[in-house]
Design a protein around this ligand. Structure first.
Ligand code: AQP
Length: 326
């Protein structure tokens, strides 16, 4: 059976971008493949984290996976640091990855820009991501467009290892939503930047934002000159981004949205967009609350780690053996 793996960092409050670009698709994949979805806490540590927030957000991401439709009886949900093989395989892969490959990673360049103290782990992060994926003999990885380059590196490492040591890894393929279907949701305050959970709170809609906050953020989202609601990424990047969000939350096509709001101005469009987003997030928030009973998420995550651990260990042992580790 086909295997699917994907992870989400508990590095901030999950956003509509994370949902539309990745998590929404996890729920679809669980009925087509054997799925592993991880809260990748070790990745979050590549930038400074408040320990209390990290602990809370780690559980929050797992609860939101389930609230967004992942069934823990069907897919395996676990915390990355609970399966030691992730960190161990990373070391072996780091020995097989070149500095030049990591220096080309655009996400590192963006995240380190202007920072005085950048951790070595932020630089090697894509190798930890490669280990996450390769441990589960993954065929397909549902991610947003921003992860495309990391996926290419994962494939390069897998192919290199297989060429050098014989068949060790399955070479994975990314699944990135096609254009205009959520692969890259942009910031509400700057449509040239992607919506990101660690950025300013006003630039994104968090999955747990209350309705009045969602309405306020959408009302104050930047727009383009003119007043026509029309999809045009070059002339109208801000409105085009809001139209994509509307389309994905409502199921209406971009053409239908343009026909409905074309000349009626941005105000009415934004008000209806807020309603559509609130309708999408309300059931997710209700399900999240139900999972907040003490002990519920902990036992789901313990069962997930117990299922992931032996699979990951088998893959790790395969490479250790090939590399001559006694
Ligand atoms: N704006 C986005 N549009 C579509 N997909 C997105 N993803 C992230 N932002 C968008 C996808 O969400 C998944 C989880 O991402 P991650 O936690 O691994 O880290 P990230 O890609 O770095 O996400 P963020 O939200 O931008 O986090 P921070 O701010 O901590 O860096 C991935 O599949 C990602 O592609």
């Amino acid at each position: 059976m086909k295997r699917v793996f994907s992870g989400v960092q508990p590095s901030g409050e999950l956003t509509l971008g994370n949902y539309l670009g990745a998590i929404r698709n996890f729920a679809t994949f669980q009925h087509q493949a054997e799925c592993f979805f991880s809260v990748v806490d070790l990745h979050a540590l590549t930038v400074p984290q408040d320990p209390g927030n990290l602990r809370r957000r780690t559980h929050d991401v797992a609860k939101l996976f389930i609230a967004c439709g992942i069934d823990p009886d069907v897919a395996t949900i676990f915390i990355q640091s609970h399966v030691g093989a992730h960190a161990e395989l990373t070391w072996l892969l780091l020995c097989l990855t070149y500095m030049g490959e990591l220096q080309r990673m655009t996400q590192f360049k963006e995240k380190s820009q202007g920072k005085e103290n950048v951790s070595a782990a932020l630089f090697t992060y894509p190798v930890l991501m490669a280990a996450d994926i390769l441990l589960y003999d993954t065929h397909e990885v549902p991610v947003g467009e921003d992860q495309k380059q990391h996926l290419e590196l994962t494939r390069d490492i897998a192919i290199r290892v297989n060429n050098r040591f014989g068949e060790v890894f399955v070479v994975p393929e990314p699944y990135i939503p096609p254009k205009n279907t959520g692969g890259r949701i942009m910031s509400l305050t700057d449509p040239t930047k992607k919506m990101a959970k660690s950025a300013d709170a006003n630039s994104s809609i968090a999955l747990l934002d209350p309705p009045d906050v969602i309405a306020k953020k959408i009302k104050s989202a930047v727009t383009d000159s003119g007043r026509e609601v029309r999809y045009d990424e070059v002339e109208k990047p801000a409105i085009s981004n809001l139209m994509v969000i509307y389309s994905l939350c409502s199921g209406d096509s971009l053409d239908d949205i343009a026909a409905r709001y074309g000349t009626s101005g941005y105000g009415k469009f934004k008000k209806d967009l807020a309603d559509v987003v609130i309708q999408t997030l309300t059931p997710i928030q209700a399900r999240y609350e139900e999972l907040s009973e003490p002990g519920v998420i902990e036992s789901i995550l313990a069962a997930g780690a117990a299922k992931a651990e032996p699979i990951a260990q088998r893959t790790l042992s395969r490479l250790q053996d090939k590399m001559g580790i006694v």
